[in-house]
Design a protein around this ligand. Structure first.
Ligand code: ATP
Ligand code: MG
Length: 422
């Protein structure tokens, strides 16, 4: 089943106003398992509006019109729809009465034009509008195509002001639509991977997910992470869950340990959980990331169970003060070096008494011109991991600007720790 939304109003064809109602309606329709195939914006013009309605009814099962139900001359939606459906309008006495009451309550005389707001298309259900004067209208009908075939169509008229449209859609339309639609249940799954290029993930996963035509797969890349989202709609919850589970299992098999989370947790949450399960504690010595790794870790509630703390060892002197890295070592190898990363990780571990120490030292940009690190490329980063028995150092060349080098450094550090704990 597909839907079309028609936003009526010339103001939305100017640079000054945007149609936002359709975003709200789309989210609601998606919840009901209906996808929006078309959105149309049309001005307050009788012929254009009638054309747009005709086209929408022809190509969509559900058509929702917003706007143009007001009392002014340019509010034409009711009249146009009646004309396209070849139905009469009749003036609803109850609506007339509530219109009169609205005006009386405001001690205003009702202009004759407002009477049109009580016009109902023959066969439509009126949707009472508690927040405005024009009620919505709901038409569930069968239209016959020129070749004699019959199609069920639902056509809905809603007022334009979002404060009126939203409650009308939620309270009056959604229950009617869900009763009219086949029953459906949604299942969602999310797999998360760190540091892998999107193209690699897609090359390996597309052959699998493309066979699951009933599961909608979305790949999102950003923040040094790839997310695979799966969404499936079925007549029962079990059937929907079974399909996303089957697909997620196959992808998990293909991507193996690259997947850090199958339940939606963040990388830092996963790492903290693993540290806790293995009775390990962590401390960090951060140079170029300036505390970002510590910030990511401490953003997780209860991080204190396993995270002891650390130091921002930005200057050469602070590397000695907080992690016992000798000035000679830095003079010989540079602060951005395998040897210094190694000593930083070991030093912070010993100083804090943690079981694991992690260090990050790198050149986030711009390039360093003088001293022992002169000439080393921007993006060169060393990450050290010391656990008391052994110290590993990973040398990285991270592409991009300062922000990206720093973010990816923290991501590499967390991923290195995750792999170490596996
Ligand atoms: P009224 O009785 O207030 O005239 P109406 O149903 O005739 O209601 P419009 O006149 O088309 O609705 O629009 C009224 C106001 O609602 C517009 O000025 C605009 O601010 C807002 N509006 C209309 N359509 C949309 C839309 N698609 N997205 C967001 N806002 C909208
Ligand atoms: Mg209006």
């Amino acid at each position: 089943l597909i839907a079309e939304i028609i936003a009526v109003g010339s103001e939305m064809l100017t640079p000054h106003r945007q149609d936002t109602n359709s975003l709200y309606l789309t989210a609601g329709l998606n919840d009901l398992g209906v996808s929006v195939a078309f959105k149309t914006i049309v001005g307050d013009n009788r012929k254009h509006l009638a054309d747009a309605i005709r086209i929408a009814i022809h190509r969509a099962d559900i058509v929702i019109l917003s706007g143009g139900l007001g009392p002014t001359e340019d509010d034409l939606t009711r009249e146009c729809l009646a004309e396209v459906l070849d139905r009469k309008l009749h003036r609803d006495p109850n609506t007339l009465e509530s219109l009169a009451l609205r005006f009386a309550a405001r001690k205003m005389a009702m202009p004759p034009n407002n009477l049109r707001q009580a016009d109902v298309i023959a066969g439509a259900d009126l949707l009472p509008n508690a927040n405005g004067s024009a009620p919505g209208q709901y038409i569930d009908t069968v239209v016959t195509s020129p070749d004699g075939q019959a199609f069920r169509k639902v056509i809905i008229l809603l007022p334009g002001p979002p404060k009126e449209l939203m409650p009308l859609f939620d309270n009056e339309c959604k229950p009617r639509l869900s009763a009219a639609l086949p029953p459906h249940f949604m299942a969602r799954r999310l797999l998360r991977m760190a540091l892998i290029p999107e193209s690699t993930v897609d090359a390996r996963c597309a052959p699998i997910y493309s066979k699951f035509t009933d599961v909608e797969t979305t790949i999102l890349a950003g923040h040094a992470e790839i997310q695979l989202h799966f969404l499936c709609s079925k007549p029962t919850q079990e059937a929907a869950e079974a399909r996303v589970d089957a697909l997620a299992d196959l992808i998990a098999h293909e991507m193996g340990d690259d997947i850090f989370s199958a339940e939606g947790e963040s990388l830092e949450e996963v790492v903290l959980l693993m540290l806790g399960l293995r009775d390990q504690t962590l401390a960090v010595a951060e140079s170029c990331t300036g505390g970002w790794l510590g910030e990511r870790i401490t953003a997780v509630p209860n991080a204190s169970r396993v995270f002891l703390g650390g130091a921002i060892v930005y200057s050469d002197a602070s590397k000695e003060t907080f992690a016992d890295v000798s000035p000679e070592l830095i003079a010989t190898h540079g602060a951005v070096s395998d040897r210094v990363a190694r000593k930083l990780a070991e030093g912070i571990r010993e100083r804090t008494g943690s079981t694991i120490g992690i260090s990050i030292t790198g050149i986030a940009g711009p390039a360093i011109i003088t001293g022992p690190d002169a000439g080393k490329p921007v993006g060169l980063v060393y990450i050290g991991l010391a656990d008391g028995e052994d110290t590993q150092v990973r040398q990285l060349q991270i592409a991009g600007d300062r922000e990206r080098v720093r973010l990816w450094s923290t991501q590499h550090a967390l991923e290195m720790l995750r792999q170490h704990l596996q």
